[in-house]
Design a protein around this ligand. Sequence first.
Ligand code: FO1
Length: 312
Amino acid sequence: MDTEYKIVCLAGGVGGAKLAEGLARIVPPEQLSIIVNTGDDFQHAGLYISPDLDTVMYTLGGVANTETGWGRAGETWNMLETLSTVNGPAWFKLGDKDLATHLTRTYIMSVGGTLSQVTRHFRAAFKFKPALIPMSDDPVPTNIETKKGDILPFQEWFVRKSWKPVVKNVLLPEDGRLSPTAAQALQNADIVLIAPSNPFVSIDPILNMYPARAMVEDLPRAVVAVSPIIGGEAVKGPLGKMMADWGMEVSATAVANHYGDLIDGFVYDSSDEMPFTADMPAHATNTLMQSSENRVSVAQEVLEFAISLIKR
Ligand code: FO1
């Protein structure tokens, strides 16, 4: 796809990784930046873990475990099995191959490297070209306030409690700031694409990084969000449950309304009704990204739709 536009994709885990992979196949790498949520990051057994960055990185590197949506393909679990025998913290499953990533990230950060430097270091190792950028270089953890009144670190809620506790609020840090490279990418963006990730725990954390929201509102000539809801359901993860728990309609329309006037256009799945949102340009297609072919076709359609908005 020959486009001179600079494209920034805001991405969380699995949905973000799939759109990023499709974009990486059609956009020249120097014109594509992927800004990834780091609100799920945490210290686990002394290791610095960045789940969404790793999911996008492994996907762009062609080594992602597509069954689980996290970790690496062809994984072995010797360390984890042994960890259990010595009563180590085995609730968060670390595969032997995946462990190499966490050890390397933790090492580089222990000698003063930033998360952005770590991510650039991995770009060479995993042989992908687009800029993969953490939303912030500082710890900006997302916490979950449950209806029962507990405040859980994200992975405690997501993994340890399998996102069963009903969410009252998603608590985002007040003082988070974009990483310098993320700010620069948004500064130069012509098009911002919001991936079909969870708006509340993957995309809002990115927009919460000062001054991301203002930059997205003011700068690019087209901001397009892709619906993470298909056929009235979330493809994966806690989104459907969260929306239902909040009494929201689990629909593409509800997601479009959540983004509101931040976006100029919305791409939704043909199986859903046209999102009735005040004169929001919308484009329907098959947004399910199973194979790498349709990751490319979805990326192509999203990009063409965004470009059409610029030319309007
Ligand atoms: N998710 C799980 O449900 N169980 C796990 O044991 C688990 C381990 C894990 C290890 C590394 C990693 O990068 C991700 C991992 N995830 C696991 C997924 C992770 O919790 C989620 O990917 C995000 O935080 C939400 O998108």
